[in-house]
Design a protein around this ligand. Structure first.
Ligand SMILES: Cc1cc2nc3c(=O)[nH]c(=O)nc-3n(C[C@H](O)[C@H](O)[C@H](O)COP(=O)(O)OP(=O)(O)OC[C@H]3O[C@@H](n4cnc5c(N)ncnc54)[C@H](O)[C@@H]3O)c2cc1C
Length: 387
């Protein structure tokens, strides 16, 4: 990012922190960025990320975090995603998707036991919302949790769960009161994945995000003590909505990372590649693509930082997080696609990482709320505000 822009948008401390994350990525991730996608689940690397303090910037000091806030989490998300998308998806699913519901709604005991090891990178978390029959319409959830004495008994299936087969704990949403609308009868639970009745149906074979694992899970008579309820009974939908605001902001930052590296590659390549006796950047068909990429990256960064700053001030960010995620994710898809075009045939090879980022970026308008659902949310907030 240009220095003048950097110092306008970010504090000195944030700029210094970004340098630290970038140094870590230069040393630990970039040298193996392509290989991570071909290997086993990067648990050791996630542990290193935790040890470096990059799992806990938005978590409280009592649980191993540094309590800096979401504006720091979006720096980590962008920097690691600029190196390898699936790696950050795994990191973020653990510390933000699993971590934020615990941070906001967990008891001290739950945070000590289940959040602190995730912040250290020693344990892995995941979030279980989506089901085979339930995607965008989360209120249609089928997974049930029934009381049996002091225990809860969970039954259902969760699909497309990032880290699912690798996680130690899942924050799972289930219906506890089927007699009311599911929004009013949903609760959240911490499910240890070694519990009897928890099983992995399969890991999905994905277009991109090869370094992460995304799984189909089954809960069959999983028995949990009452201390595994997160927040209050039937508070689940509120927990879910709160989590989605931070998740969408962090996903927007990841999308900036996916766009940034292909953009940088395309700038360099278009300056070096000669055709018709000149560098291809001399052709507007190429250089105007670079202009569009630069514009989209800067706009996405400003929108994402706005949402993060508002969240850190305790403001409601449903509209801002949706706008940031929608804009940044559509930008990431168009930037990676244009960058591949600028590289011509070389872009379609694995000699350059652009094809990997294009495959990773394609997920971004689906996971964490599709582009269609985000447009629905944004217009709903606009009409609420204006009329
Ligand atoms: C790689 C990956 C990782 C994921 N990780 C997780 C995770 O960790 N935890 C988790 O719980 N989930 C996860 N998900 C699930 C993800 O959040 C869902 O895929 C997403 O919410 C969409 O649900 P769906 O796939 O069932 O699509 P559907 O809801 O079936 O939608 C299909 C299409 O219909 C459109 N549509 C649906 N309803 C409307 C409407 N009202 N208006 C307009 N269009 C509509 C959608 O926009 C979409 O284009 C992941 C998914 C993927 C692919």
């Amino acid at each position: 990012m240009a220095d003048y822009l950097s110092s306008v948008l970010w504090t000195e401390e944030e700029i210094e922190f970004r340098k630290q994350v970038r140094e870590f990525c230069d040393k630990e991730i970039y040298p193996i960025a392509d290989e991570i996608d071909k290997g086993s689940y990067p648990r050791d690397l996630l542990r290193k990320i935790g040890q470096a303090g990059f799992m806990g910037v938005h978590h409280d000091k009592d649980y191993g975090g540094t309590a800096k806030g979401l504006s720091y989490e979006i720096i980590v998300a962008e920097e690691i995603s600029a190196a390898n998308g699936g790696l950050d998806m795994a990191r973020m699913a653990s510390t933000t998707l699993f971590g934020m519901p615990l941070k906001v709604f967990g008891t001290d005991e739950q945070k000590k036991k289940y959040l602190a090891p995730v912040v250290k990178g020693e344990k892995i978390g995941c979030i279980g919302i989506t089901e085979p029959e339930v995607g965008s319409d989360t209120a249609g959830m089928k997974t049930r949790a029934e009381k049996d004495g002091d225990e809860w008994v969970l039954n259902g299936e969760k699909r497309f769960i990032t880290n699912g087969s690798q996680a130690d704990y899942m924050c799972a949403f289930a219906i506890t009161d089927p007699s009311v609308k599911s929004k009013d009868g949903m609760s959240a639970f911490i499910v240890p994945t070694d519990a009897d009745g928890f099983s992995v149906v399969k890991d999905h074979d994905l277009l991109g995000m090869k370094s992460a694992r995304v799984s189909w899970l089954k809960l069959e008579d999983v028995r949990l003590g009452s201390e595994m309820l997160l927040g209050e009974e039937v508070q689940g939908f509120r927990i879910l909505m709160d989590e989605l605001d931070s998740e969408r902001t962090a996903i927007a930052a990841e999308a900036i990372g996916y766009g940034r590296t292909p953009y940088e590659v395309a700038v360099k390549y278009s300056n070096e590649r000669q055709q018709f006796g000149r560098a291809i950047r001399a052709f507007e068909g190429v250089s105007f693509k670079i202009a569009d990429m630069a514009m989209k990256l800067e706009a996405a960064r400003a929108l994402t930082l706005t949402a993060a700053r508002m969240y850190d001030k305790g403001m409601k960010i449903t509209k801002q997080a949706s706008i940031a995620k929608l804009y940044a994710t559509e930008a990431a898809i168009s930037i990676t696609n244009d960058a591949l075009q600028v590289l011509g045939g070389m872009g379609y090879t694995t000699d350059y990482p652009v094809e990997r980022f294009l495959r990773d970026a394609r997920l971004m308008t689906i996971g964490g709320g599709t582009a269609e659902i985000l447009r629905f949310l944004i217009q709903r907030e606009v009409y609420k505000e204006m009329l």
